[in-house]
Design a protein around this ligand. Structure first.
Ligand SMILES: O=P(O)(O)OC[C@@]1(O)O[C@H](CO)[C@@H](O)[C@@H]1O
Length: 384
């Protein structure tokens, strides 16, 4: 069972817009975010040119991961960005962006997150204060309602995706309806297997990672999880994807907050210290491949989990394969390869979709709104 991979070379497609509009805009944004030196400006010029000429050039042979990309990119390098699978080409763009900013090279820019300034601005912003203060009001709610609120907070936190805001703005309305809501199944799975390990394949830092951490705190504090393993990216990726530095920044932000948020932050700090909350930065988390191709060590870790929760659009693309599935293709069928129970929490920001009944899709199509790509709709899907 397979469907054609999503490619950027389809006129009018969402993916084509990413290559034509988002990547050039992102290059401009990165250039302005930090006081880069002439060598970095020249490298960013070269990448902008490569994007404009629409031919993917190889990495420098001295790059630490040159061999890995040569292998992953067999038959792809040298072609047009839009003529290879969208998932692959987009991932390669972010790798090349780090090359241009000197992230992996000896020199003053090594390890400097080119997206650091936008991430820091978001984390320090007033919206975060307001979102954290809401926890004080929720504290008085019945436990079931509070848990449901934390799950929805983590789900809708996925709208806070800084790469998406580059071309979409921030005016999207939150739809009242989830296109799939398997949350009852999710909670019954967690309870039936409690206390077990919960793995979270995290997505964005800041306003998404904070509610993810609050959900992790709930699972630990309620005895629903023995431990939570939080998979983040080993290096900056897709603008706002969380790295270990972002985990540390978010736990610090929580711990410094007043009220319930601060209490959760204190518990999370202790959970980090005693190993009940473990960040991981597996190299595969930044690979341009679907989870079906995960390496054995990652497979073994996810197999040890009572449940793996994948966050966000990109993880969903990697989970089901970034393919043009008929929308009613069953989610359990496309995730059957996954080494254990898996739940996807995702706002819809790209074309791939499974497990939605054809009637719902037809009704939403009839609105004429780009509901599959605009981040206004969301889903909670579970394979037990
Ligand atoms: O994984 P996330 O943060 O939810 O979304 C990442 C994203 O914005 O980037 C891609 C386009 O650049 C799309 O797959 C998706 O919309």
């Amino acid at each position: 069972m397979d469907a054609p991979p999503i490619m950027g070379n389809v006129p009018g497609s969402y993916a084509l817009g990413v290559f034509r509009d988002r990547h050039p805009a992102l290059l401009r944004q990165v250039r302005e975010a930090l006081p880069y030196t002439p060598d970095r400006h020249r490298a960013l010029d070269r990448l902008a040119d490569e994007v404009a000429r629409d031919v993917m050039e190889p990495l420098d042979p001295s790059a630490h991961d040159f061999a890995a990309w040569a292998e992953w990119g067999r038959g792809m390098i040298g072609r047009r960005w839009v003529d290879v699978p969208f998932l692959w080409a987009e991932s390669y763009f972010y790798r090349k962006l780090l090359a241009a900013t000197g992230y992996f090279e000896d020199g003053p820019w090594r390890g400097i997150d080119p997206f650091g300034p936008v991430k820091q601005a978001e984390l320090g912003g007033p919206e975060v204060d307001a979102e954290l203060a809401a926890l004080d009001r929720a504290a008085a709610s019945p436990p079931g309602e509070r848990a449901a609120g934390l799950l929805l907070g983590s789900l809708w936190g996925n709208r806070a995706d800084l790469s998406f805001k580059i071309t979409q703005g921030d005016e999207r309305e939150r739809a009242s309806e989830l296109v799939v809501d398997d949350s009852d199944l999710l909670w019954s799975l967690v309870r039936d297997r409690a206390p077990g390990r919960i793995c979270v394949l995290a997505d964005n830092a800041g306003r998404e990672l904070l509610p993810d951490l609050l959900l992790a705190d709930h699972l630990l504090a309620e005895g629903l999880a023995t431990d939570v393993v939080l998979h983040v990216k080993p290096h900056p990726y897709f603008v706002s994807d969380a790295t270990p530095a972002d985990v540390a920044a978010c736990v610090r932000r929580l711990a410094a907050a007043p009220g319930q948020a601060g209490k959760a932050g204190g518990r999370l700090w202790r959970a980090m210290a005693d190993g009940r909350l473990s960040p991981r930065a597996h190299p595969f988390s930044c690979a341009p491949l679907p989870y079906r191709d995960m390496p054995d060590d990652l497979r073994a870790e996810l197999a040890s989990a009572a449940l793996t929760i994948t966050k966000g659009d990109l993880n969903y693309r990697r989970l089901v394969g970034d393919r043009m599935w008929p929308v009613d293709t069953p989610f359990p069928a496309v995730t059957a390869y996954f080494p254990g129970p898996v739940a996807a929490l995702r706002t819809l920001k790209s074309d791939v979709l499974t497990g939605v009944d054809a009637g719902t899709a037809a009704r939403l199509d009839a609105t004429g709104e780009p509901w599959r790509t605009s981040g206004t709709h969301a889903l909670i899907q579970v394979r037990a």
